[in-house]
Design a binder for this molecule. Structure first.
Ligand SMILES: Cc1cc2nc3c(=O)[nH]c(=O)nc-3n(C[C@H](O)[C@H](O)[C@H](O)COP(=O)(O)O)c2cc1C
Length: 190
């Protein structure tokens, strides 16, 4: 039997993405984000709270990186979602993670994250229900270790993890259980 739970932002799995930006002194800020993702072939949408340091940085620099963290950096990545650059300008340095400047956009690429989208801010939509940032993907960077023999990103090798908004858990992702647009095909014949 189904129970009514009311109005809640309950979807699962939610992604865990890391938004990298530069502060005004060129130091690095990174925050964890779950409310966003791909919204067009070459576009991402980020739903952000206005008071984040990341938002000030996006307004100033018009660029960001969006990375998928692996389980090997889960502690650092969670911390980057706990602490604001407004209060702790050196929050990124305290993680011990490393960054270098993107060659395409004015934003940092975090060394330890295996998959990174380099993005330019296209639009910042200040709406009554929150701020939405639209970013154009200008390039994707992937560690060789997460590529398959054909040079495609192998999702299983990312060791990514999902966010559970109902009980605030993180869940490991990885096992492939089917081929999309394929495993259901036998039902077409019915
Ligand atoms: C699992 C998780 C998911 C989060 N998702 C979002 C999100 O989608 N949007 C958002 O504005 N903040 C989100 N946050 C909160 C920010 O990461 C957090 O407030 C961070 O300190 C902001 O950093 P900044 O002020 O340095 O930009 C999330 C935090 C966690 C731990």
């Amino acid at each position: 039997m189904k129970k009514e739970l009311g109005v809640k932002p309950y979807l699962y799995p939610m992604p865990t993405y890391m938004i990298g930006t530069y502060n005004e002194d060129d130091s690095v800020d990174v925050m964890m984000m779950a409310w966003g993702g791909i919204c067009a072939e070459d576009m991402v949408a980020l739903n952000l709270e206005e008071d984040h340091k990341t938002v000030a940085n996006l307004k100033a620099r018009k660029a960001f990186t969006l990375a998928v963290p692996g389980t090997d950096t889960i502690r650092e990545s969670d911390y980057l979602g706990l602490v604001s650059g407004n209060k702790f300008p050196d929050k990124f340095d305290l993680t011990g993670l490393h960054a270098e400047k993107s060659s395409r956009v004015d934003a940092p690429v975090i060394t330890e994250y295996p998959l990174t989208l380099e993005c330019e801010v296209v639009e910042m939509q200040e709406q009554p229900y929150g701020l939405r940032v639209l970013g154009k993907i200008v390039n994707v960077l992937a560690e060789e270790t997460v590529l398959d023999e054909k040079g495609k990103v192998d999702a299983a090798k990312l060791n990514a993890f999902a966010f559970d908004q109902m009980r605030n858990g993180y869940y490991a992702l990885g096992e492939k259980i089917g081929q999309a647009w394929n495993i259901g095909a036998p039902l077409l014949k019915k």
